[in-house]
Design a protein around this ligand. Structure first.
Ligand code: HAM
Length: 422
């Protein structure tokens, strides 16, 4: 026998026993996004590499080392499996003139790809639910997005989510802070680790993101961006905070929250949990008022976030939140040729009446068929044997829930109504 081919490390199959959770959260997502007036958009998984270099930022971890990039073998075009959805969403909006004199509230769902070291909650193919709002520059929309996530946690029954909030100011404020920060960090050049030295001039804010305990004190005493915020940025942050307070949402102001993508300005936030170890951030986002223009569109304010679906599912599991599996209404058991023929048409009739029916296939004794019926989770078994087939009847047996074990004989024509009633 030939060797089997394995899936790619960090890219997971979702097996039937796990897919009920996915279907459940996807359904909740759809209702929830609609409740806030967001419309679905679907972008390709592959985009030109330049979109992410320009959009996410040349000196980010994502662009420097995590992208799955390749050349189109036919025309040499440089392409990348999308590492995130915001850049592609902005590209699509510009390309289809969705931002011309109009606002947009959009959501998308799908796989993203980053070449990271796989571990629990961190994968190479993972899935995001993304929300993007275009054309709104006030703090009300920032706050509404955060409130929207708090509402989602509630809809899913999740407890203990924590919110961190920061303002990254505008480009000039960040530039002034950056000058001060580089001057400060240069004093520590000898103790900076390799990553720190590399980022000192390319991405000094990320130097503060260090996990190295020896550098913690240096990071804590570094000049803070909050000290460089101008009047408008401070008012914007105050506007977000006032609305969160009004909505009763508590948060921690974290001036070290910088995010791993370059497009943010002003509001940034992360919803975290203490239950997933190092992969603590379940949803994250912020304002990115400059990105549309940077990608060639007419200047347009924007704000959004993405939820890591695998992390959300791990958290649902950790908190013991059950998601109902999908079971058919009926498992149809039959034996003998006449019975098989009647079962075949009965299944069609029941499905037309709106019921979900598994028609047993592959023969076997009544006993083995009943085992399968039980394992299927169906609420009812419909049983057609030789004698029922001759009489144009079936037995209806309740397998789960109220009336479990009860059995009665009915005309085929009366089955659907009896099942719907019970
Ligand atoms: P991000 O922080 O890079 O932001 O990713 C958002 C979320 O995706 C993370 O908080 C995490 O839950 C999940 N995630 C990221 N990488 C992985 C991974 N390797 N494995 C599993 N889950 C992961 C963005 O992607 C922005 N586009 C969010 C945004 C939308 N900002 C504005 N609009």
């Amino acid at each position: 026998m030939a060797n089997t081919i394995q899936g790619i490390r960090g890219m997971n199959d979702v097996l039937p026993q796990d897919s009920a959770r996915w279907l459940h959260v996807e359904q909740v997502f759809r209702d929830w996004a609609a409740a806030y007036g967001y419309k679905n958009i679907r972008m390709p998984i592959v985009e030109p590499t330049g979109l992410f270099v320009r959009g996410v930022g040349e000196h980010t971890d994502i662009v420097e080392k995590e992208m799955y990039s390749f050349e189109d073998s036919l025309n040499g075009e440089k392409l990348t499996l999308r590492p995130e959805g915001t850049a592609g969403c902005v590209r699509a909006c510009i390309e289809h003139a969705l931002l011309y004199n109009q606002t947009q509230r959009l959501w998308y769902i799908g796989p993203m790809f980053r070449h990271e070291r796989p571990q629990k909650g961190r994968y190479r193919q993972f899935h995001q639910l993304g929300i993007e709002a275009f054309g709104f520059d006030g703090p009300d929309v920032d706050a509404e997005l955060i409130v929207m996530l708090a509402d989602l946690w509630q809809r899913l029954g999740l407890a203990g989510m924590q919110l961190e909030l920061n303002s990254l100011g505008n480009a000039d404020e960040r530039a002034a802070h950056r000058v001060a920060l580089i001057a400060y960090l240069e004093k520590f050049i000898d103790i900076l680790d390799e990553d720190g030295k590399r980022r000192l001039y390319t991405n000094p804010l990320r130097v503060l993101d260090t996990k190295n305990p020896a550098l913690q004190k240096m990071a804590e005493q570094a000049p803070k961006l909050s000290e460089f915020l101008g009047e408008e940025s401070r008012l914007h942050l105050a506007g977000v905070r006032a609305r969160l307070d009004a909505a009763g949402i508590s948060y921690t102001l974290n001036d070290r929250l910088v995010r791993g993508l370059d497009y943010y300005n002003r509001t940034v936030f992360e919803w975290t949990t203490t239950e997933l170890g190092a992969q603590a951030t379940v949803a994250a986002g912020g304002r990115y008022d400059g990105l549309v223009e940077q990608l060639g569109g007419k200047s347009c304010p924007a704000v959004g976030f993405a939820i890591g679906i695998e992390r959300l599912l791990l958290l649902l599991e950790a908190q013991g939140i059950a998601c109902a599996g999908e079971a058919a209404d009926v498992y149809l058991v039959h034996q003998g040729d006449e019975a098989a023929a009647l079962a075949f048409t009965t299944a069609i009739t029941l499905r037309k009446a709106g019921l979900a029916v598994v028609l047993h296939a592959g023969g076997g004794s009544f006993k083995s068929q009943f085992k399968k019926a039980d394992a299927s989770g169906a609420r009812f078994a419909v049983v057609i044997g030789e004698s029922e087939a001759l009489a144009g009847q079936a037995s209806l047996k309740t397998l789960t829930g109220e009336g479990q074990g009860e059995q009665r004989t009915l005309a085929i024509a009366d089955l659907a109504a009896a099942i719907a009633a019970g």
